[in-house]
Design a protein around this ligand. Structure first.
Ligand SMILES: Cc1cc2nc3c(=O)[nH]c(=O)nc-3n(C[C@H](O)[C@H](O)[C@H](O)COP(=O)(O)O)c2cc1C
Length: 157
């Protein structure tokens, strides 16, 4: 199986989750490539394409929420998953979204927003799962990286 992971991260937590997902997929024998959303190809063909982002203002990061993240000590991200979806040309394969959130009833979810944004581009995608971080800068909550590895193994059909 050939899998591609496209990820955006301001504080590094979603990247850590993506790394755990890559480890889980590789443990099943999958070949995996990872791209930061800002440098991901606009034409992708793979058995599995995983798209992940941090939840900002209950959805996908925007340039405004990324600036707020920088003010809180995050890394500047010029272009992320939102922009990648806007410019994607072809996306062949099973597409599954994941996200990080601080959890709770009003957290919202970037994975939900990813599925919606892809749908607008007529690209079918499934909502995968969300992983919890302990507050805006993180870290990833206890056990979540193990859960990400396990979840990734279930994706190897
Ligand atoms: C501007 C901003 C808005 C945020 N809004 C939400 C939100 O609506 N719901 C939520 O669960 N987390 C929210 N967060 C917390 C992020 O989800 C958290 O910083 C992120 O998951 C960390 O991932 P990263 O390290 O990959 O950037 C927000 C963070 C920032 C900077």
């Amino acid at each position: 199986m050939h899998a591609v992971v496209v990820v955006e991260s301001c504080f590094g937590n979603t990247s850590k989750v993506a790394e755990a997902i890559v480890e889980g997929l590789r443990s099943t024998g999958a070949e995996v490539e990872t791209f930061a959303a800002g440098s991901a190809p606009h034409r992708l063909s793979a058995d599995l394409v995983l798209v992940g982002a941090p939840t900002h203002s209950m959805g996908l990061p925007t340039s405004a929420t990324r600036s707020q993240a920088v003010q809180k000590g995050g890394t500047a991200v010029a272009s992320g998953v939102r922009e990648w979806i806007d410019h994607v040309e072809t996306l062949d394969g099973r597409v599954v979204a994941f996200a990080t959130t601080t959890g709770g009833f009003l957290a919202g979810s970037a994975s939900k927003a990813i599925v919606k944004a892809l749908k607008r581009r007529r690209i079918p995608a499934e909502r995968g799962t969300d992983f919890t971080v302990k507050g805006t800068p993180g870290p990833v909550a206890d056990g979540e990286l193990d859960r990400a590895r396990e979840w990734a193994r279930t994706l190897h059909a």
